[in-house]
Design a binder for this molecule. Sequence first.
Ligand SMILES: C[S@@+](CC[C@H](N)C(=O)[O-])C[C@H]1O[C@@H](n2cnc3c(N)ncnc32)[C@H](O)[C@@H]1O
Length: 241
Amino acid sequence: MNETDRIYANTKAARGSFKFDKRVASVFEDMISRSVPGYRQILELLPTLTRRFEFANQNYYDLGCSLGAGLLAINQGLGKTPATLIGVDNSSAMITQAKHNLATISEQNLTLLEEDLLKVKIERAAMVLMNFTLQFIPLSERASLIGKIFSGMHAGGALILSEKITFDNEQTNSALTAIHHQFKADQGYSDLEIAQKRDAIENVLIPETLDAHTQRLKKAGFSVVTPWVQNLQFVSILAIK
Ligand SMILES: C[S@@+](CC[C@H](N)C(=O)[O-])C[C@H]1O[C@@H](n2cnc3c(N)ncnc32)[C@H](O)[C@@H]1O
């Protein structure tokens, strides 16, 4: 576990100012674990999912890999199966720390790219993980990105897409938002920290409904599209080609 997240305890956060910079990278593991209910659960089940979508000599992508937690879980699932792990993140602070965290994986099996994931070629993919990353991609780019992932995927391969979602029904949104704030308070965040983070991330993280994600994935061609984990408004979708 890295440093404790106190970023919004004192600093005044400007609306929409959230960035995956050095300061966020240094506390990220703590930040995401205490902010996203079910984050650990997804990582714990990833080795099992990986074994179900295991194809020798194929590529396993983590788009928006941050500190490499998803790649470590995929690597654990792969065991001795020969495969290439490809992590992509456009934050240099994240990639620098990911290199350190993933030092146990042989260099031959691992490629870490400090790059905009929209520019990365997807090929021979057995599995693509986007764990809470698509929500930071402009809405206008999302359909072509999902199409690119589908095209570069092995038949029978899977996209694991985790997202914060929103609901058409305002009462549902309010109820789940209130429970989520309670979750954060229970994790030790103050009311001020919760309010400042909410302001900082406004219009940076753009959530969509589960239906919008499902329709887009089906339109791209995925045959099975189903949530496999949901905690409050945090959902992980399994899409199989
Ligand atoms: C919420 S974090 C993802 C968490 C991570 N997948 C995990 O499971 O720990 C989102 C990540 O996506 C990265 N990101 C956002 N937009 C990106 C882009 N266009 N290209 C590459 N990485 C991007 C951010 O730098 C950040 O590290």
